[in-house]
Design a protein around this ligand. Sequence first.
Ligand code: AMP
Length: 125
Amino acid sequence: MPIDATLPYDETNVFARILRGEIPARRVYEDEHALAFHDLNPQAPVHILVIPKGAYVSWDDFSERAPDAEIAGFVRAIGHVARAQGLVAPGYRLLANAGMNSGQEVPHLHIHLFGGCPLGPMLAR
Ligand code: AMP
């Protein structure tokens, strides 16, 4: 069910629970600002989610409210994960759903990192 990304942050969302260690995740990277883990339902041979540690509903919320250090740290973490996964030479795709029209389901900002095969057209037609 797509979420309304204009609602306040919900501390009970699944990624908040992963950050608190309440539910498991196949973690691949963690630093001061970000956590990366494998998507539970992968859509490509490599499908990793990178999330900021701060409480942000969506890209809109993050880009408006996050301090510059958190934004820089998060962006660098995404690049680091892509390099560490060996995705730079073959190529990869980043995707962030934000709000109803995108189909965003989890109300904590996450960047999908896809790779491992040719990824096809950008949008389903
Ligand atoms: P979105 O539609 O952009 O909100 O994507 C949410 C993503 O979170 C989907 O690709 C789900 O497969 C993934 N997901 C949901 N729950 C978990 C979980 N517990 N661990 C890892 N990935 C999850």
